[in-house]
Design a protein around this ligand. Structure first.
Ligand code: NIG
Ligand code: FE
Length: 411
């Protein structure tokens, strides 16, 4: 099946396929073609260019995109979209004055979600989760990373990862799976952290590797959760099973987790609401992608990741949703891009780069996703008629999406 999209007002993020991420000043540049076309064959972008060069190109289907923009689908490199139930009561508790930490200390937070998930069947968990997966695809997400970490027992962590595997099998969206057994200390181990870490490294990891359930390993490296030593141990064990590290780090405190991620050659370090100069220096000598999660900052009313500081230090930055029931019950990448512009002072060009090519890098898939490049996957957003790409983050409450194409098919 071939599709030709014609008369595109502006085609965004056209790149040579060898570019895997953009950093520092390069992030201010978003390469585009005005009055453009794109040709798709099956699930691949085979050609694109100016309408002036489109005379002899034919396809089985033509889509006229007069007045519309076309851009690559969003690459959401950090989500916990597989979860059971919700936590709207904690939301109300926070409105009434409790902090995220206080709620967690009372047995709420991650442990609350884990209890619900442990009591939910695999089929029910799958059903609850795919509802959200379908929603984010409609919102323009074409590739997504999904973490475990609301199981916290051998059985429940495997249940989560099996659901992620089923989503990967059943949906056209590209899925990467991350094992986050070290998300919180389950109550059963509250006085025996070493015991839980052993459970992760000696029981969970071999089973996960055996069933090939994960690509990445993640740890919530934070005061009251997992220390630098714990994180080091868990990431090292994961690497023995071929899992590439990622870390939740610097959400509330900065104490060397970023440097540890860099030493482990982590693919990404995520959150970074708190950041100091040592963190910046550690990132400057690494290939690790910093990832900001503005909807988490918005929802919890905590600081935003200092994007300007990172980008002005020559670093790359990716944007993701952190979709989860506790700190970001939204998987809307359009909102993330807007919020990055409004609250983090990223330009629209920087935010779009961060949510496409750099997000793809943070999932290890920028060879096939994240830009309009020949031979990359045909994953495209066609917007409604809009005056310019600046309008997308500007009119923050509207849905600007007309069509989403994933793997060459309109969804
Ligand atoms: O990325 N910070 C740790 N984990 C999640 C939130 C977990 C929760 O509250 O359920 C996050 O924000
Ligand atoms: Fe997270």
């Amino acid at each position: 099946m071939s599709i030709l999209i014609t008369n595109i007002r502006e085609l965004l993020q056209v790149r040579d396929s060898s570019i895997s991420k953009v950093s520092g000043k390069e992030m201010k540049y978003l390469p585009t073609i005005k009055n453009a076309y794109v040709l798709i064959k099956d699930d691949i972008i085979t050609d694109f260019g100016s309408m002036n060069d489109c005379q002899n190109i034919f396809a089985e289907q033509t889509i006229d995109a007069t007045g519309k923009l076309v851009l690559p689908t969003w690459c959401d490199s950090h989500t916990h979209i597989v979860y059971a139930g919700n936590r709207e009561q904690e939301f109300v508790d926070r409105i009434n004055g409790l902090s995220y930490e206080e709620i967690a200390n009372r047995g709420g937070g991650i442990l609350n979600s884990a209890k619900t998930l442990q009591n939910t069947s695999e089929d029910d968990l799958y059903k609850q989760s795919i509802k959200r997966v379908k929603e984010v695809m409609q919102l323009g997400t074409g590739a997504i990373e999904i973490k475990s970490g609301y199981g916290l027992t051998v059985e429940a962590e495997l249940k989560m990862l099996r659901v992620i595997k089923r989503i990967k099998r059943d949906f056209p969206i590209e899925v990467k799976a991350t094992f986050l057994g070290a998300h919180a200390l389950p109550s059963l181990y509250k006085d025996n952290k070493e015991g839980y870490i052993n459970l992760i490294t000696e029981e969970m990891l071999p089973k996960i590797a055996n069933e090939q359930l994960a690509d990445y390993i993640d740890v919530f490296c934070e005061k009251g959760y997992f220390s630098l030593d714990d994180t080091d141990k868990i990431l090292s064990a994961g690497k023995e099973y071929g899992l590439i590290p990622k870390i939740h780090v610097n959400q509330f405190n900065t104490f060397g987790g970023v440097a540890l991620g860099a030493i482990h050659n982590a693919l990404s370090v995520d959150h970074l609401e708190e950041l100091n100069n040592d963190d910046i220096v550690a990132l400057q000598v690494s290939n690790t992608m910093p990832v900001a999660l503005p909807s988490c900052s918005y929802f919890l009313s905590i600081p935003y990741t200092p994007a300007r500081q990172l980008i002005d230090a020559g670093l790359p930055l990716a944007l993701a949703t952190d979709y989860n029931p506790g700190s970001s019950p939204s998987g809307n990448m359009n909102f993330v891009v807007s919020t990055a512009c409004i609250k983090m002072k990223m330009t629209p060009e920087e935010a779009i780069n961060a949510a496409t090519i750099n997000g793809a890098y943070a999932m290890g898939i920028s060879n096939m996703y994240g830009s309009i490049s020949k031979e990359k996957k045909a994953n495209l957003i066609i917007t409604k008629e809009v005056p310019s790409y600046n309008y997308l983050p500007y009119a923050f409450g509207d849905n600007h999406i007309d069509k989403v194409i994933i793997n060459g098919k309109c969804i």
